[in-house]
Each structure stands twice: as structure tokens, then as C-alpha cells.
Write a protein that binds this ligand. Sequence first.
Ligand code: PEP
Ligand code: MG
Length: 323
Amino acid sequence: QKAEWAKLVDEKTVTAEGRHVELAANIGTPKDLEGVANNGGEGIGLYRTEFLYMGRTELPSEDEQFESYKAVLEGMKDKPVVVRTLDIGGDKELPYLNLPEEMNPFLGFRAIRLCLEQTDLFRTQLRALLRASSYGNLKIMFPMISTLGEFREAKSLLLKVKDELAHEGIEVSDSIEIGIMVEIPSTAVMADQFAKEVDFFSIGTNDLIQYTMAADRMNERVSYLYQPYNPAILRLIKMVIDASHKEGKWTGMCGEMAGDEIAIPILLGLGLDEFSMSATSILPARTQIKQLSDDKMKTLAEHVLTLSTNEEVIEAVKKEINL
Ligand code: PEP
Ligand code: MG
């Protein structure tokens, strides 16, 4: 099987009818690029920049960040690279920020919430990103967006920083897409409105499932409620994809679900444009997608959306694709 997969490294990902979907990789550092190349990644769908900030005693400088972002953009040539701005908090702590302990860290002061308050920290990252933008195909993504107000504030800060750099005579790409993670139910529900203002969505199912089912993704005692195929989750995903397409935008997915063999047929049927996963999942996913028919997956997706439970959906998918 490994030999079969290896043959697909340089191929594009197409369905049985020949529709192209993008299979991208999730990475945490520039060192991960080798794995992306070896596994035929068509882009980076999620660069988790928090690893630059972790395991150290002070914030990374603008230049240090610039070097990392530039390395990833150059390494990917002109393939798309979605860089997520700092997503700290929840299970990921930064002791040197001296943030007070919280009762519910996953519902607390994290990610974009922190960045919009600690704007010096955020501006430094945005400067580094914009400076690196002329070295490749950069897309910037904000994490944990729960309101349009947050998106507008983050975008306006980004545009301000861009202006500043222009005044300093620093070259910045003028084709940077600005998008958001959809990982909070309020944002999925309001996707039609977000779609008018963002350039793209990337669905973060790791958190979207946790917040929709109110089941801590780290807590084993409630893991039975962590149900990726629950029609509640699938309906939210459909709303997001449909909303983006209506406005001519694209939707990706960068949660674990994007590389899952039960989820992939449904997501194809729902029209997901980009699947971002750990590099080692890319070739198995490409192999699977080549065998799947868009038409049949569309019918399957319509059918599973009418079902009532996680288990029923799993059974229906297995039956359709002979798993
Ligand atoms: C997600 O929430 O699905 C996601 C991709 O982000 P993280 O796992 O880093 O929270
Ligand atoms: Mg997340």
C-alpha cells in the first residue's frame, strides 16, 4: 500500500469525475516542510504559529518570526500557505505572559481575544507576517473568531500595520487573503454574514465539535459526546461551505476531521474546497478521493444530513463506500 501511495506524491488530488480539491498540510514549524514535500502536500492549510512562542522565556522578536514565516513561504514556492495568528490559551500556555488562572480556559482569554487586547504582541506578529508576504503565497487567518466585530478589529489592525510598512518603504504583497477559523458555533451560524467580509473560511473541527457538543476535547469522561459525525456538526459545516460559495469564497477544513476516511466522503459531497491534515494523512486521503464520485458523495451528504445520530451517519458512510 505504501508503494501505491508513493506514486501519488506529485499528483493533483481529483475526484472520480476529475474535480480538483486541495490537500494541504498542518504544520507547527519550518522543519515540518520536509514531511509536507515527501507526502505531496499541495499547500499549507494551517501553520500553527504558537510553537514559535512556546518552550521559551520571552516573546519571539519580529525578526525571529519573520525568518520562520519567510522560510515556510519560500520553502513552499508559490503554493498557498495559510498562517494562523497566535492561538494561545486553552491547553496551550505561555508562562511568561503571566496571565491569571481561569476557571474555564477553553472559554476564556485566548487566541484572538488575547491578541486584540495585547496589541503590541499582535502588531509584532502582523509586521513579521506582512514583511514575509513578498516571499510566497501568504494567506493570514485569525483563530477563535466569535463575532464579526472581532474580525473587523483584527483586519483593521492588519491594514494599519500594512500602511505603516508601506510608509517605511518595506515591500508587502498586495494579494494576501484574510480569513478566519470557524471553530465557534456562533460564527458558523453567522457564516452568511462573515462570508461577505472574509476571503476564506477554515473550519476548525477540533474546537467546533467541543464547543457545539459542550464536551471538553481533553476530557475522556465526556469523550463519548465528542461526535464528529453528529448531524449537528455536519449541518454547521454545510452552512459554512454554502455561505462561502454563495459569496464566491472558499472553505477549507484544518481540524482532524479533514483527514478522516469516514468524514472525507461527506465533506466532498458538501463541496469542501480544501482539506488540511497532518502530512502523513495526505497520500491515503488522495488515494481515497480518487475513487470517490462527486455525484454519489453529494447524494450521500444529503442523506446523512437527514439522519439523527453519529452512529447512523457512520453506518451510512461505511455502507456507501464499502469500508
Ligand atoms: C481546530 O480547532 O480544529 C484547530 C485546527 O485548531 P487547534 O487544534 O490548534 O485548536
Ligand atoms: Mg482550534
